[in-house]
Ligand binder design. Structure first.
Ligand code: ZN
Length: 228
């Protein structure tokens, strides 16, 4: 599973601005927090920009296409008079994309709702990154940078951390991300026992003698030979 996260704007393009905040900084901050939140899951996360870089819309979609991404999520902050959260898919987005967007939208609204922010709805638009990506793609407009109450929350690091956490959980739910397999020494010993390669109980931390090691190897090789 490969997710491309697109922190909106960057470099020469600050995006929306207000109350000393720049959209390009906020989208990158949330993206960076998000990658930590997803570190325990079986997913590869790629950004369309790693820093304060100028990247065209075509290049953002092109990266996702060339990497064969399974999902594209563009992060933005709204401006221009309003408050709250809204999400976008392309005007011609298929059912599957709409389903994924619905999960993301509901999970994020659960977070925004706790702070009393309104749901501005699930919308469709002909945005370039949604049009040019060849996989399910969603664009999220996270509050309004030029609204005093929205901006005050966007300026709060703990609010952004919570937002990244909510987005991570939304992606886990929508894309059915699985937790990373943890190393389980006792479980591995139990599996060897089940397979008949070892007989007794062994403490995962106790050392192995050459006699034991050779016995296990010979049992393994005997099986391989008898299978031929
Ligand atoms: Zn934007």
């Amino acid at each position: 599973m490969l997710i491309v996260i697109d922190p909106g704007h960057g470099g020469k393009d600050p995006g929306g601005t207000g109350f000393g905040l720049k959209e390009k900084d906020l989208t990158l901050k949330v993206a960076r927090l998000l990658i930590d939140k997803l570190s325990g899951y079986q997913v590869e996360v790629v950004f369309t920009r790693a820093g304060d870089d100028t990247v065209s819309l075509g290049a953002r979609a092109g990266l996702a296409n060339s990497r064969g991404a399974d999902f594209f999520c563009s992060l933005h902050v709204n401006a221009g008079g309003g408050t709250g959260f809204e999400s976008y898919v392309h005007v011609a987005a298929p059912e599957g994309t709409e389903g994924l967007r619905a999960v993301l939208h509901e999970e994020l609204m659960r977070y925004y709702g706790r702070f009393g922010f309104p749901d501005r709805g699930k919308k469709r638009a002909n945005f370039a990154v949604l049009r040019e990506t060849r996989m399910p793609a969603v664009l999220l407009e996270n509050l309004f940078i030029d609204h005093p109450r929205d901006a005050a929350h966007l300026a709060d690091p703990s609010f952004l951390d919570g937002l990244a956490g909510a987005l991570a959980q939304a992606l886990v739910k929508a894309l059915h991300l699985q937790p990373e397999q943890k190393w389980d020494p006792a479980g591995e010993i139990a599996r060897l026992k089940e397979r008949g390669l070892i007989v007794g109980d062994h403490d995962p931390n106790s050392p192995v003698t050459w006699g034991e090691f050779a016995t296990v190897l010979n049992r393994l090789l005997d099986r391989k030979e008898s299978a031929l």
